[in-house]
Design a protein around this ligand. Structure first.
Ligand SMILES: C[S@@+](CC[C@H](N)C(=O)[O-])C[C@H]1O[C@@H](n2cnc3c(N)ncnc32)[C@H](O)[C@@H]1O
Length: 391
């Protein structure tokens, strides 16, 4: 399994090497199975429109049907879309084009009803290699049709792993939170790791939203919350949404922060989740926090939130400096909630983080280990709740 931060390099997708699609010589839609398709049987490559003979609109429609569903909690959402009409709208297919597609397949095809076309084509029964082969053939054949070129290049890049994926929306269902958190992620580049939501942030959001109730909130004895390295904002947005659900959000000051190139997208996600003007998002660079400090004056917080901040040898020191700078010294109930993925490559950095926290007189109040998911599969994490040691 490949976690991009294990290598901290973006692998280039190689679509050149895909097989060439073997063209069917059928003029109409495939009839190979004499109209026998039971509801459970998967489609195969011959059920996709013939590149040579199918009208452009039919190919475009099928490419849109092959568009992946929105991801929920790092898995494709297979339950959300139910009706043909909702698939049609979600995949931006007009009724006229839908009719064209049904007519082209015709009554004798395996896929001879709108239900079969719309539910079978997006299925996972076609292998990645088969699809890539089909897509590269489509790309070669329809070079003059801008809509097809755009759609098929998106399908190719989606098949090349998260690092090559185009921008996307993801949804998150957080424990004990009614609202679905929706996040925009620009396509990922090596420098902008905060444009992806990392599995760590889902676990920390679940832990916090599971615990947040009025008693838990009272235990902090303060109402200022700061997230460091928010990325796309899942943790801060989930916590703010939970406070909103309880009806106390306006009593809290919440700051979501990251590097300048990440903050614009963070702001967008705060707006998408109807939290604009209710939480602050701004730049807080761990190597140079002065601008944040001079903008906001009172820089001590009762709660710090940090998810997945360690992927270079410098990060442990910077992160510990930030915890020491920003966690309140006066409030003995102040807490830092830290979630860390256990990546083999960064064992030394995790050890160093632990040591530096002890050196600065922080103690672990609670610790948990768990398994979760990210785009490439299962990942192990630890969670630590930290406080300053009382003298
Ligand atoms: C692996 S991402 C995790 C993002 C988010 N917390 C999550 O879990 O989805 C690490 C985050 O730390 C931020 N970061 C790295 N170096 C930073 C620095 N010097 N100052 C502020 N943020 C930084 C990155 O921009 C990125 O958003």
């Amino acid at each position: 399994m490949f976690d991009p931060l294990d290598l901290y390099e973006v692998a280039e997708a190689n679509v050149e090497e895909t097989l060439t699609f073997v063209e069917s010589n059928s003029v109409g839609a495939p009839e190979y199975y004499e109209n026998k398709i039971d509801d459970d049987s998967p489609i195969d490559i011959l059920d996709l429109p013939s590149i040579r003979y199918a009208p452009e609109n039919v190919v475009l429609c099928v490419l849109r049907l092959l568009r992946p569903n929105t991801q929920v909690n790092f898995h494709a959402d297979t339950e959300g879309v139910v009706s043909i009409d909702s698939i049609r709208k979600q995949k931006e297919i007009s009724e006229n084009v839908m009719d064209e597609v049904i007519n082209w397949y015709g009554p004798n095809a395996r896929l001879n009803t709108v239900e079969k076309i719309f539910t079978k084509i997006p299925s996972n029964s076609l292998s990645k290699d088969t699809l890539l082969s089909y897509y590269t053939s489509v790309l070669k054949h329809f070079t003059d049709n801008k809509d097809i070129v755009k759609e098929v290049t998106l399908r190719i890049s989606e098949n090349c792993g998260r690092n090559a994926m185009p921008s996307t929306y993801r949804e998150f269902q957080i424990n004990n939170l009614k609202k679905i958190v929706k996040l925009f992620e620009p396509s990922l580049t090596n420098d902008n790791l905060g444009w992806k939501t990392w599995g760590s942030s889902l676990i920390l959001s679940n832990i916090l939203c599971d615990r947040i109730d009025e008693n838990f909130l009272k235990s902090f004895n303060g109402k200022r919350i700061l997230e460091l390295g928010s990325g796309t904002g899942l943790v801060g947005i989930s916590v703010a949404s939970k406070l909103e659900e309880i009806g106390v959000l306006d009593e809290y000051e919440i700051y979501l922060t990251d590097l300048p190139e990440i903050v614009t997208n963070l702001e967008k996600n705060i707006s998408i989740n109807q939290l604009a003007n209710r939480v602050v998002s701004d730049v807080l660079d761990w190597t140079n926090p002065e601008s944040f400090v001079s903008n906001y004056g009172d820089t001590r917080f009762d709660v710090l939130l940090i998810s997945d901040p360690i992927y270079s040898s410098k990060h442990p020191q910077w992160v510990v400096n930030m915890i020491d700078n920003f966690l309140s010294q006066d409030n003995h109930q102040a807490r830092c909630y830290l979630q860390i993925p256990i990546r083999d490559k960064f064992a030394n950095e995790r050890e160093n983080l632990k040591k530096l926290l002890v050196d600065k007189n922080f103690e672990v109040v609670k610790e948990m280990y768990s398994k979760g998911f990210d785009d490439w599969g299962e990942v192990k994490y630890y969670y630590r709740e930290l406080k300053r040691k009382s003298d």
